[in-house]
Design a protein around this ligand. Sequence first.
Ligand code: FES
Ligand code: FES
Length: 217
Amino acid sequence: MANPRDIESAGDGAKRVSRRSFIKGVIGSGIAVSSANYLFRTSTLLQGQQPAVGGERLITLNVNGQQRRVDVMKQETLRYKLGLTGTKLGCDRAECGACTVLIDDVPHYSCSVLTHTVRGKRVQTIEGLARPDGTLHPVQQGVLDEQGFQCAFCTSGFIMATVGYLKTNPNPTRDELAHGISGNLCRCQDYDKILTAMMRGAEIMRSAENVRKVNHA
Ligand code: FES
Ligand code: FES
């Protein structure tokens, strides 16, 4: 029987996409929301190419485990050079957390981090959470299980903030987690559901870790 949450958006006999699959795309890769304002300027250069504009310089970034060569301006912030649309731009002034990424496992607002300052550090975005075979990160799975979103614009930021927080406290109380991710805002104000989803993610993560320990005992 069809899941009642799978409310299909029908369009004149054209392709039918369930809301659940649409959101799954957002949570998994962040590719679904694309307006011109949110597109990143891809600036990866091939080896040996020179930066086109004076004042830019070529640096190597470690993004989602891959070495990326990008040309950056000194004053340019991290969010604009990743070319990964899962990282959303909300306020662009370090207030909302929609742009959260992990730098060396610590959540940061990427709209406010100068790109050249992350050389030699590990940057992880929402696109780098799922396994290569497509298995979602436990926190992503928790969001799907609990449908912890309305428009989902804030979701990738909340997921990254939660993943970062759980690295320091894998078994938080609801209050602790709420405090831990309080730097993220939801314009839909769906906080209770978001928190339930993140707590579910933490639970899945602990179960997976216990299974891993048993298998390696
Ligand atoms: S867009 Fe970076 S904190 Fe809001
Ligand atoms: S679900 Fe809409 S901004 Fe959070």
